[in-house]
Design a protein around this ligand. Structure first.
Ligand code: MN
Length: 266
């Protein structure tokens, strides 16, 4: 019995040793990033993003950007800003190499539209989106909608997501839109300082309800800047929840393949 066990455990080691095989880096995989907050005045983040696009991203078959790619997005005419143009060009070059790019709205860039997507060679995604990721049902979301403890924010979110609000807002000149958002951001920064950090995280009941609605998938989201892997047991189903990192201190992505997911820093 003992020697059989050893044979069995030896067999288990095989997939790990295959990691040393240089060909395994070419194994089909998908990358997920969010909360880069790219904007003028943050040249380091742009450099990290350009490095990511040149090195790590081309090895993946797809790149999913789950919101807050930009510090803020005032409308698709904002794409002509020279800083934004560099971000868009980097994405377009990646798309031209055959990597599929998907863009989900965050709370900062919820006005990203079809013109930006086309310029970047990307496809816009609804929030949430359910994906078959190498056989594992995987639900993607920005994550802000799950922060139901922050009632003030959810009220604001409902307002800015209304089509009428967006239509009226986008009818204003770009300069006025930018000034309005800048002012909102200052208010939000000071409001955050007075908020309990618990209400700015996702709410467990909201997570459970979402997992139940989508029949217990794996969940990947960003927004909270609390990168981690969690497990939720919902109706007896064990679901993993990956929270993506922001890029403020360290650039990081989540890499998923048929074996599972892992965070990669670079
Ligand atoms: Mn966010």
């Amino acid at each position: 019995m003992r020697s059989e066990d050893r044979v069995k455990s030896g067999a288990v080691v095989l997939p790990q040793s295959s990691i040393l095989d240089p060909r395994s880096s070419a194994m089909s995989h998908t990358l997920f990033i969010s909360d880069l907050h790219l904007g003028a005045g943050h040249p380091r983040s742009l450099a990290a993003f350009q490095r990511f696009i040149a090195t790590l991203a081309p090895q993946a078959e797809a790149l999913y950007i789950l919101g807050d790619l930009f510090e803020y997005w005032a409308g698709d005419d904002h794409r002509h800003d020279p800083f934004h143009a560099r971000v868009i060009n980097a994405l377009h070059e990646l798309a031209a190499r055959g990597i599929k790019i998907y863009l989900m709205h965050g709370n900062r860039d919820l006005l990203m539209g079809a013109e930006l997507a086309q310029a970047a060679g990307a496809t816009l995604l609804a929030d949430p989106t359910l994906l078959d990721l190498y056989g594992a049902p995987t639900l993607l979301s920005h994550g802000d909608k799950l922060c139901t403890g922050d009632i003030e924010y959810q009220k604001f979110r409902a307002q800015v997501h209304s089509p009428e609000f967006q239509k009226n807002f986008l009818a204003q000149p770009l300069a006025a839109r930018k000034a309005y958002i800048e002012q909102l951001r200052q208010q939000s920064t000071s409001a955050k300082q007075n908020k309990d950090s618990a209400i700015m995280d996702v709410n467990d009941d909201a997570v459970a309800a979402l997992l139940r609605e989508y029949r217990y998938p794996r969940l990947i989201h960003g927004h909270t800047h609390r990168p981690d892997r969690h497990e939720h047991v919902v109706d007896g189903h064990r679901c993993e929840r990956w929270v993506l990192s922001d890029w403020d201190q360290q650039a990081s992505a989540l890499r998923c393949d048929a074996q599972g997911c892992a965070a990669v820093s670079f």
